[in-house]
Design a protein around this ligand. Structure first.
Ligand SMILES: Cc1ncc(COP(=O)(O)O)c(C=O)c1O
Length: 388
């Protein structure tokens, strides 16, 4: 089996008459039937003729082939955002009377979406402490889906997916993993029984903070069923965005390594800073989740998201944020630029207040996404900003 970067670069399987190495951006919305009698179609995929841009697009398809290879599953389906991918999976996979079990710390819009659609569809939501044991314990006979991120946002707890894999009946309860934070570079959830693997490609896959996208990867049968929902709901990733995401993925492995190495150096710096109360980063040997992360992750890389608590008041946090120069005060993560956000004023607002308290999401918590700048410059920026 080829390595990850080889798949990322060559796995698109595009061939054409002019010998292009790179999949072109196919802008056509319609595709003429070669044989008007429909005996032969230009391109047959997912059981359908390539005929209309809301159903399939050859550029998008090239990207999907690459993602399926990276996650080592049969197929993938690209959407115009991570949320379009997640909402389509919920609509496809949940029915009235079902229960879904989730960790209480999860990407906030996933919570917002579920909180809004669950009452309409009579679906029960159970949010538990982000640990494998708590998740397994919450599963009952009505639980049709467990949905989780192995590394939680923003406090970087690591959930032992291997324990879940060994303790649940995967035929009765499907495991869906949002692998955005971990990426297939360090974790392939399908190895642990995940039936579907989701990404916000807006993050590490696209990697440059210049394109939005989402993808679901899994077995052929599920992807064909989801394909039908995608065309009904209209969420296909458009060709230019598909091209940009594919282009990003080609350098995913090398970028993820640099992101992770930069982040580790920053986390070590922060852990020794007198104005820092706590650093949450599983790459630190002292982190309580280091052991689980080391066991699960295929390489000693822990991603680019670091959260830390500033010793001081909320006003001190604001002063720190205002002083940042290179690091931009933006949400999102996984892109070339380093960014900082105050979770209680951003995504974590959707996490219930009592859960925030238990999880350690306090007002003095700052989340960083470490970019690809020279790490000395990132540290220098933090150093001057902490000098408030
Ligand atoms: C873990 C995770 N999943 C899903 C999403 C949603 O993705 P998108 O913004 O592409 O819709 C995000 C966005 O921040 C995320 O961080």
């Amino acid at each position: 089996m080829a390595g990850l970067s080889t798949h990322a670069i060559h796995g698109h399987e595009h061939r054409d008459d002019v010998g292009s190495h790179i999949p072109p951006i196919y802008l056509s919305v319609v595709y003429e039937y070669i044989d008007y009698e429909l005996k032969e179609a230009i391109f047959i995929d997912r059981g359908n003729y390539l005929r209309y841009g809301r159903e399939e697009n050859p550029t998008t398809r090239a990207l999907e082939r690459v993602v399926a290879k990276l996650e080592v599953v049969e197929d993938a389906l690209a959407f115009n955002s991570g949320m379009a991918a997640i909402s389509t999976v919920f609509i496809w996979g949940l029915k009235p009377g079902d229960k879904i079990v989730l960790p209480m710390e999860l990407y906030s819009s996933t919570f917002a979406l579920l909180n809004n659609i669950a009452p309409k569809l009579n679906i029960k939501i159970e949010k538990v402490w982000p640990s494998a044991e708590a998740i397994v314990e919450a599963i009952d006979r009505n639980t049709s889906m467990v949905f989780l991120e192995v590394m939680t946002n923003p406090t970087n707890k690591v959930i032992d997916i291997d324990y879940i894999y060994r303790h649940i009946d995967l035929d009765r309860t499907m495991l869906v993993v949002d692998n955005t934070f971990t990426t297939p570079i360090i974790l392939k959830p399908a190895k642990y029984g995940a039936r579907l693997v989701i990404h916000s490609m807006t993050k590490y896959f696209g990697g440059h903070n210049d394109v939005v996208g989402g993808v679901v990867a899994g077995g052929r049968k599920d992807i064909v069923a989801l394909w039908d929902w995608r065309r009904m709901l209209g969420g296909i990733l458009q060709p230019f965005e598909a091209y940009m995401n594919y282009r990003g993925i080609k350098t995913l492995e090398i970028r993820f390594e640099k992101h992770s190495n930069n982040a580790k150096a920053v986390a070590e710096y922060l852990a020794n800073h007198s104005k820092v109360e706590e650093v949450m980063y599983p790459g630190l040997q002292s982190d309580p989740y280091h052991g689980i992360a080391k066991k699960l992750f295929e390489k000693p890389l822990f991603g680019a998201v670091i959260s830390f608590k500033i010793k001081g008041s909320y006003q001190d946090v604001i002063s720190f944020m205002k002083r940042l120069k290179i690091i931009k005060r933006c949400p999102s993560l996984g892109g070339t630029e380093s960014m900082a956000v105050i979770p209680t004023k951003a995504g974590a607002m959707f996490i219930e207040p009592e859960h925030r308290l238990k999880l350690g999401i306090s007002e003095n918590l700052v989340r960083l996404s470490i970019g690809l700048e020279n790490v000395d410059d990132i540290i220098e920026d933090l150093s001057q900003a902490l000098n408030f």
